[in-house]
Design a protein around this ligand. Structure first.
Ligand code: XMP
Length: 512
């Protein structure tokens, strides 16, 4: 069985980062509500063997009336327990230590003096650079605890229980500015919790195939394949398990990028030899969108048309299961009540309800970069494994105003030029998305000595880690110049190109 570390989410902004860091050490980790009971922890053991708990940081003070708490019984389980920042203070508070609000905040990179380089701190030097962000401070620990580190302002920067495997750190080892962060987690998961390090993607493929076979058997399944990394990986993985009993349905909405439908068809029906169903629905989508200008209406129409088409095909296939490419960040409860950020979902919703099929989600425990790793293991091309996000409604939300065949053609050509030039300049890896938006306004220009009155293309090129916030990218001028020149030279309907200088917030990444 796979060993697991649970991260109790007290609303800290680095909670996901903690789980990522643990997984980077080949140990499975999941984020759970801070109110998880000792009994519920035991239930986890049916799926994963829980070896330790990490209590995350959080924005509150332990003395606040509504501050999050945890089940004290957890401290009596035979598990490794590591409190970070708020988690560190909360354990100290529960165990009878003294926690005090301090006026002065300790923030940023801080020098910490390691008093005892043992247990989680084994292998650390006399002083270390760590990252801190706190105002409350643990001043004293009860008898059965010993102080392991201090800073100039914080007498108890790290502690450990004398007999049990309970530890606390005032700093954030998950943040890269803590130089020995990895070492600390390594000590915790391997030396303290004795995890096996058995979360590896090679085994994941084998294990998943076995599980899918067990679940679907010789019945039929269907998947909506978009060509994105999640659905593609879920499709190939499932096909590996049940062969042609999986039908992968690709709906060509007419709103895809240049050559994309052909590429997807070629990849899945030829290279992977899958039971692939190509549905040409270009006309249907364009007809449904006729005369519609409102962005939300466009989204709704596209979603509904997609569901209707998929429903028709699925009925015809007579499947029992619906495979979906849901990944871990999609399904994690949008936080506990203590998390202040809420992630909105953009995926085509409504499918499971409409179809009444049993759902299989083989990637439900994976982060995006783990999915990419699995994709590579399965032999998917880089074009798909490292594909940048592309919205479900496709080019329709990059044509501002009514979606006509002509407008889609223009924005598709402009998009292909942006893609080519970014690729040529080798800038793609550092970018979240880069695309063109067709604006409905016309402006005056002069092309070939002739006055023109034509449309404008806006370039949207952004950096982001999760799409929740983003910065416009500071692309070299010469690359922007090449893109602009090519668009105005190669697309006769365009005489002006502008660059979008808006971060998110206040702008969103897509223009609609
Ligand atoms: P926004 O525009 O909200 O976009 O800043 C954040 C990320 O989500 C993508 N996006 C969508 N994806 N269906 C999708 O599957 C949608 O309706 C949709 N709208 C936006 C967007 O491309 C960006 O990566």
């Amino acid at each position: 069985m796979i060993d697991c570390i649970l991260v109790l989410d007290f609303g800290g902004q680095y909670c996901h980062l903690i789980a990522r860091r643990i997984r980077e050490l080949d140990v499975y980790s999941e984020i759970v509500s801070p109110e998880i009971s000792a009994k519920k922890v035991a239930e986890y053991n049916k799926k994963y063997r829980v070896k330790g708990l990490i209590l995350s940081g959080g924005p509150q003070s332990v003395y606040e009336k509504n501050a999050p708490r945890f089940d004290r019984d957890l401290l009596n389980l035979d598990l490794g327990i590591l409190g970070l920042c708020y988690g560190h203070q909360l354990i100290a508070y529960y165990e009878g230590g003294v926690v005090e609000p301090k006026e002065k905040k300790e923030y940023g990179t801080t020098k910490v003096f390691i008093d005892k380089a043992k247990d989680t701190l084994e292998g650390l030097g006399k002083t270390e650079k760590v990252w801190m962000s706190h105002s409350d401070t643990v001043l004293k620990m009860p008898e059965n605890y010993e102080i392991l580190a201090h800073t100039e302002n914080t007498p108890v920067a790290a502690y450990g229980h004398r007999r049990k495997m309970i530890y606390g750190l005032q700093w954030h080892p998950e943040v890269i500015h803590t130089e020995k962060g990895r070492k600390i987690f390594e000590n915790f998961v391997y030396k303290i919790c004795k995890c096996g390090g058995n979360w590896v993607m090679k085994d994941f493929v084998k294990e998943s195939v076995r599980k899918i076979k067990g679940r679907i058997g010789s019945k039929k399944a269907v998947i909506a394949l978009s060509g994105g990394v999640d659905s593609s990986t879920a499709a190939v993985l499932t096909a590996k398990a049940i062969g042609e009993n999986l039908v992968a349905v690709f709906v060509d909405t007419g709103l895809m990028r240049k050559n994309e439908p052909e590429y997807i068809k070629e990849t899945f029906s030829r290279k992977f030899d899958m039971n692939f169903r190509f549905v040409d629905a270009k006309e249907r989508f364009l007809n449904a969108l006729k005369g519609i200008e409102d962005p939300e209406k466009k989204r709704k129409i596209i979603g509904e048309t997609f569901i209707r088409i998929f429903e028709e095909v699925a009925k015809e296939i007579d499947a029992d299961f619906l495979v979906q490419g849901t990944i871990y960040p999609d399904r994690i409860e949008s936080g506990t009540q203590y998390t202040f950020t809420i992630k909105s979902h953009h995926n085509v919703g409504g499918l499971p309800d409409v179809l009444g099929l049993e759902i299989v989600e083989p990637l439900e425990d994976l982060y995006k970069d783990e999915v990419r790793e699995v994709a590579k293991k399965l032999g998917l091309p880089d074009e798909i494994a490292y594909r940048h996000p592309f919205p479900g409604p496709g080019l329709a939300i990059r044509v501002i105003g009514e979606v006509t065949p002509e407008a889609v053609r223009i924005v598709r050509e402009a998009d292909a030029i942006v893609k080519e030039e970014i690729k040529k300049a080798k800038l793609g890896k550092g970018l979240w998305q880069f695309f063109a938006v067709l604006l409905p306004i016309k402006t005056v220009g002069v092309q070939g000595d002739v006055r023109t009155y034509r449309n404008t293309i806006a370039l949207r090129i952004v950096q982001s880690t999760d799409g929740m916030t983003a910065n416009f990218a500071k692309i070299p001028y010469n690359v922007l110049e090449r893109i602009s020149t090519r668009i105005t030279n190669e697309i006769p309907e365009i005489n002006r190109v502008v660059y979008d200088l808006t971060h998110k917030p206040p702008g969103t990444i897509e223009w609609e």
